[in-house]
Design a protein around this ligand. Structure first.
Ligand code: UFG
Length: 338
């Protein structure tokens, strides 16, 4: 089976390519290298002993998308990661985000429509829930007005797919709403490679511990949580990657209940920023230099997943603990700086 993975050289995409190849899928990657590198192919190949086909295509270029699908007219499924993901940047440059994240989605769905069928997995986010009223968050929790153009692209992206599936019954799609993906492959051959100053907690922690950053700022300790810091559901990227493969198989094997479905992909456990720091200090056996600063705009207090739907319907459960995920992130940071 031939699977197109857009953004397949990125953090989550590369881990998904590994899991797909390990399960015998033939993978074609499209990536424009805007936030990744061709070196990732080497990592994927050394883990799986197979080099996926790689096409350096910018999905905003409709002509290139058309000619790709002409050449590869036998694609069985698409897993779509290629998108911009920095919340702050999206506020500064909203049109870039609407173009990168939505035009590309439309072009891909148009190609599936032309083909008449296809399985499609979309990279969505728990950001669609905003500050949910109840924890853990179930898939039926209301979608709240987006805090940023980035978040809005995930909400609109889901709507675009849902509307397309309504009229194209032979297109089958699943939106996976990720909680906070962290960690790296156990082989230490692929992992997260943030460009510039990391915006996310875990790469900021590992870069501080390795000496690249002086100090971690903890954004606020006056939230109504057990220790005053925000709560998130941190999921090991390999667990997340495996969820994509089971979701894809569900569609290919026609086990889906409708042709558009949504699943939360998280561990079900909420951890505060200070819990994460403590966990990191334990697995790295060192103290982390951090200070409490004021709140970061746009942060929700708490977000962790109700995973019952993914557990029962996909038959998938996250396996790694927070400490295992943090250890893999630390191993990766040490490896890339050595
Ligand atoms: N945090 C710090 N210091 C930092 C970075 C983060 O204290 O230097 C805190 C944040 O305030 C937050 C927690 O760590 O409480 C997690 O922050 P991240 O930036 O790692 O993750 P977010 O939950 O803010 O964002 C993630 C994804 C987004 C997605 C969002 C949905 O990065 O793409 O989840 O909630 F939109």
């Amino acid at each position: 089976m031939k699977i197109l993975v857009t953004g397949g050289l990125g953090f989550i995409g590369s881990h998904v390519v590994v899991e797909l190849q390990n399960q015998g899928f033939e993978v074609i990657i499209i990536d424009n290298l805007s936030n990744s590198s061709e070196d990732v192919l080497v990592g994927i190949e050394s883990i799986t002993r197979k080099r996926p086909v790689f096409k350096n295509i910018d999905l905003r270029d409709k002509t290139s998308v058309l000619s790709f699908f002409k050449e590869y007219n036998d694609i069985d499924g698409v897993i779509h990661f290629a998108a911009s993901k920095a919340v702050g940047e999206s506020v500064e440059n909203p049109l870039l985000y609407y173009e990168n994240n939505l035009n590309t989605l439309v072009y891909l769905l148009q190609e599936l429509q032309k083909k008449g069928n296809g399985s499609f997995i979309f990279s969505s986010s728990c950001t669609v829930y905003g500050q949910a009223d109840d924890m853990p968050i179930t898939e039926s929790a209301p979608v709240k007005p987006a805090e940023s153009p980035y978040g809005n692209t995930k909400q609109i992206g889901e709507e675009i797919i849902r509307d397309t599936c309504k009229v194209s019954k032979d297109i089958k799609a699943i939106a996976l709403r990720y909680f906070n993906p962290i960690g790296a492959h156990e082989s230490v051959k692929i992992g997260e490679l943030p460009i510039g100053i990391p915006q996310n907690l875990i790469p900021y922690i590992t870069q501080t511990a390795i000496g690249l950053r002086e100090q971690l700022s903890v954004f606020g300790d006056d939230y109504p949580t057990h220790d005053g810091t925000c709560i998130r559901d941190y999921i090991h990227v390999v667990d997340l990657a495996k969820a994509h493969v089971v979701a894809l198989k569900r569609l290919i094997e026609n086990k889906n209940k409708s042709n558009y479905e949504v699943f939360n992909i998280g561990t079900g456990t909420g951890s505060s920023v200070l819990d994460v720091i403590k966990g990191f200090e334990k697995v790295s056996d060192q103290k982390l230099n951090y200070k409490i600063v004021s709140r970061r705009e746009g942060d929700v207090i708490s977000a962790f997943a109700d995973t019952a739907k993914a557990n029962t319907e996909l038959g998938w459960t996250a396996k790694s603990t927070l400490e295992e995920a943090l250890k893999s992130a630390w191993d990766w940071e040490q490896k890339i700086r050595s």
